[in-house]
Design a protein around this ligand. Structure first.
Ligand SMILES: Nc1nc2c(c(=O)[nH]1)N[C@H]1C(S)=C(S)[C@@H](COP(=O)(O)O)O[C@H]1N2
Ligand SMILES: [Mo]
Length: 525
């Protein structure tokens, strides 16, 4: 065999060794993470750290392009990058027998740093899975590479063939692959056992009937038109926005909520059962994300069951700032280290702020915050709706910036009055004549008073409003359009109960939510 061909072969075998070493690293790290905690696994840790450091604009872009799949795309990306680097290090390994395995350790260090830097990391222990995985991979790479001749030695190898210790290399490769193929799934299934326990604990939850049921929905809140979003969003269709790479699965038996901080005369720690023993209320409330573009999908309405947050705060001795309380910001912390800040005044002003335990008649889905989440009608989710909540600290806006505020989002974030055209869809082809234009409008805690539609540059015309469920929910609307042939732009605007007419001025989502009007272009034939 010619020398360059041999070198190529050795590099290819080296790359293969690198790939197997990378596989070993992930599998061993995953197994080690069982003993530490699942979130300390390198892919989850690096992904989480990446999310923490991603500029808001990129986050919004990722959410827009990948939707709920954004986390899967991130994971695949991390694994792909790791595989590429592992193959590159492997290809260098025959020539650099010691340096290449040392390079693997550098990767382990990156994983370890990422894991310990997460806001929910309890500390140095989180570095262990990445480091153990990296050491295992370095050993595998070193052993495999020593079965391959180094480029200089190749010519000097006696006899024919490639100069590879074939038996040793193949056995080593097969052995390492087999070990990883056992360790990885074993780790994952042991981690899954925790998730299963949490799922069982959720299945065992019996939600009591509310002391104050939701007011019955008036007839006609739901126009049930084809293409129009239903009034109540089924939990499986409810938008999901969070930074959690793996959905936290909390065993409700061990769950506690602590209430403490400035002006908390009587700090509390409550269990899930403690919450269920309190008088529960049920309310229909619309939740919106600050990252929702004009016309976007991150808004939904559900029937939430929960404990009035104001009751819990008053029991803890908290007073509103307007009554001399020393804390103006409530910081909610989740089990995954998220922090969200809410004005104390809003929670205590009489609106139905909740520690929610139920959504549409069932315990919260894991994706939406099981066992308990916060909800404050009238505020964007990032400033009020902490999922997987475990801690409430009373503090001030001056003293503390929560997660999103540190990333340049506004500290206070009331929902902006908005409206959306659901049907016809953008660029739809419709027949000339009677066409029903319909959508939803929201202005939580103010209420929607009117919706108007404009065709092209015509006059604003009043749309029909569906019945109103309450000021905290969205409202459907419809408009009977006499469509004439040609291309037309349909525009919508809402007026809320304060008399404010939705502005045409477009702003970006950051720092405090998009403004502007939704419009849809359709072709009429
Ligand atoms: N723990 C945690 N809670 C969170 C978030 C998060 O990233 N982590 N995101 C918030 C944001 S930005 C929004 S809009 C709502 C979305 O709630 P949903 O996913 O149930 O629709 O949750 C809020 N609560
Ligand atoms: Mo959000």
């Amino acid at each position: 065999m010619r020398t360059w061909r041999k070198s190529l072969l050795h590099a290819a075998l080296g790359a293969l060794s690198g790939l197997v070493a990378g596989y070993v690293a992930l599998a061993v790290a995953e197994l080690t993470a069982v003993a530490v905690r699942p979130e300390a696994g390198p892919v989850t840790a690096v992904g989480g750290a990446a999310i923490d450091r991603t500029p808001a604009a990129v986050k919004v872009w990722a959410i827009r392009n990948f939707g709920a799949d954004d986390k899967l795309v991130l994971r695949l990306g991390i694994v792909a990058v790791l595989a590429l680097f592992a193959m590159a290090l492997g290809a260098l390994a025959p020539r650099f027998r010691r340096a290449a395995p040392a390079g693997v350790l550098v990767f382990g260090a990156v994983g370890a740093l990422a894991a310990t830097s997460r806001p929910d990391s309890p500390g140095a222990l989180d570095a262990v899975p990445s480091l153990v995985g990296a050491v295992a991979a370095a050993v595998v790479l070193y052993l495999l590479a020593s079965r391959l001749p180094s480029p200089g030695a190749a010519a000097a190898m006696p006899g024919e063939g490639s100069g590879v210790d074939r038996r040793g290399f193949v056995l080593g490769l097969a052995g390492a692959t087999a070990a990883a193929a056992v360790a990885g799934p074993l780790g994952r299934s042991l981690n899954a056992a925790d998730a299963e326990r949490a799922a069982e604990s959720r299945a065992g939850v019996r939600l009591p009937a509310p002391a104050s049921p939701a007011p019955p929905l008036p007839r006609g809140v739901d126009l049930k038109l084809p293409g129009l979003t239903p009034f109540t969003t089924p939990a499986r269709d409810f938008y999901r926005v969070d930074t959690a790479l793996t959905v936290p699965r909390v065993d409700v038996g061990g769950w506690r909520l602590r209430v403490h901080g400035r002006g908390v005369g009587k700090p509390l720690t409550v269990t899930f059962q403690d919450l269920l023993r309190r008088p529960l209320i049920e309310r229909d409330t619309t939740l919106t994300c600050v990252s929702n573009e004009v016309g976007g999908p991150y808004v939904g309405t559900a029937r939430w069951l929960g404990v009035p947050l104001a009751d819990v705060l008053r029991e803890a001795g908290v007073r509103a700032p307007s009554r001399g309380g020393p804390a103006d910001q409530l910081v909610a912390r989740s089990v995954d280290g998220m922090t969200l800040g809410t004005p104390v005044e809003t929670v205590l002003d009489g609106r139905d702020a909740l520690l929610a335990v139920g959504m549409n008649g069932a315990p919260l889905p894991f994706e939406h915050g099981f066992p308990v989440r916060m909800l404050v009608p009238g505020l964007f989710g990032y400033a009020s709706a902490c999922k997987w909540i475990k801690d409430i600290e009373l503090t001030t806006f001056d003293a503390y910036d929560p997660y999103w505020v540190r990333r340049d989002w506004a500290a206070k974030a009331p929902v902006k009055t908005q409206s959306r055209i659901d049907t016809p869809k953008p660029f739809a082809n419709v027949k000339a004549g009677a066409v029903t234009v319909a959508g939803v409008a929201w202005a939580q805690h103010k209420g929607v008073d009117g919706v108007e539609v404009r065709v092209d540059d015509g006059d604003w015309q009043r749309a029909e409003l569906a019945a109103e469920a309450g000021v905290d929910t969205w409202r459907q609307w419809s408009f009977a359009w006499r469509a004439t042939p040609g291309t037309h732009a349909l525009h919508v605007r809402a007026t809320d109960r304060t008399g404010y007419v939705q502005t045409a001025e477009r702003t970006r989502t950051i720092p405090d939510g998009a403004s502007g009007r939704h419009s849809v272009v359709v072709t009429v034939a």
